[in-house]
Ligand binder design. Structure first.
Ligand code: TYD
Length: 228
């Protein structure tokens, strides 16, 4: 008896490569101009047809915004120990990664994040003097393998940063903004040391240059490094 013919295999579906999202984090001390430059970069990316989501830390999700409130506006904030602060930032970040960043990267979106893991490395690790290893481990636990493809540091001298905080139109400086000049010097140096140790991921821009010049430098770097 003749063997029944095997059903023809469906033609292999043409494979289009899944779009790859990109995560770009912005770092720098207070008043370094991150949010302005994030808005400019988002606009450039949208003009070349890329989908963009901008977010911020701490916050960016409903839960994260509540955590942010505890960190920066809590009336008992001065009693908060550095370990608690580190864990709260990490909690906000863990939520942001799972709720916003990772799902958007999967869809091929470019995610711009105002602060990310390096803020904890520098503010809690360097400026608050917590040991490096636990800070790294907690960062890693919070974000898993969702690491930035590019990190842009807006570098401004400490004096400039402090005077920009004081000139802000909004009300009183928050808890983090009330730190002393030594704290901010450590923050600035912390970023520069970190950037030097990871030159493939970091791009440092002089944050005292005119706004449009900074914007052009960042756009050129994003195009060069990420081919967008
Ligand atoms: P925010 O008002 O968002 O400041 P900025 O506009 O400068 O980003 O307040 C966030 C503060 O929290 C800021 O002082 C930096 C600090 N911070 C840390 O200390 N560790 C962290 O991990 C993060 C994300 C922020």
């Amino acid at each position: 008896m003749k063997k029944p013919k095997k059903p023809a295999r469906p033609a292999a579906r043409a494979r289009t490569p899944a779009p790859r999202g990109v995560l770009i984090s912005f770092e720098g001390s207070e008043g370094s101009g991150k949010s302005t430059q994030i808005a400019h970069l988002a606009e450039h990316l949208q003009l070349v047809g890329r989908a963009v989501v901008s977010t911020r830390e701490p916050g960016g999700t409903e839960i994260g915004e509540q955590v942010r409130n505890i960190i920066v506006h809590n009336s008992r904030g001065d009693e908060m120990c550095a370990e608690t602060e580190l864990l709260l930032f990490a909690a906000s970040r863990a939520q942001l990664v799972r709720e916003i960043i990772a799902p958007n990267l999967l869809k091929g979106v470019i995610v711009l994040c105002d602060r990310y893991i390096d803020s904890s490395t520098v503010y809690q690790g360097v400026a608050r003097n917590l040991s490096r290893d636990p800070v790294q481990q907690i960062n890693q636990f919070a974000v898993g393998n969702v690491l930035p493809d590019l990190t842009i540091v807006l570098d401004v001298p400490t004096g400039v940063s402090l005077s920009r905080i004081n000139q802000r139109a909004s009300d009183l400086p928050n808890r983090m903004e009330r730190e002393n000049i030594d704290f901010y010097k450590k923050v600035r140096d912390g970023y520069l040391v970190l950037a030097r140790s990871l030159p493939r991921r970091f791009f440092v821009v002089d944050g005292t240059l005119p706004e449009d010049k900074i914007c052009r430098l960042i756009w050129a770097e994003v195009k060069k490094r990420l081919g967008v």
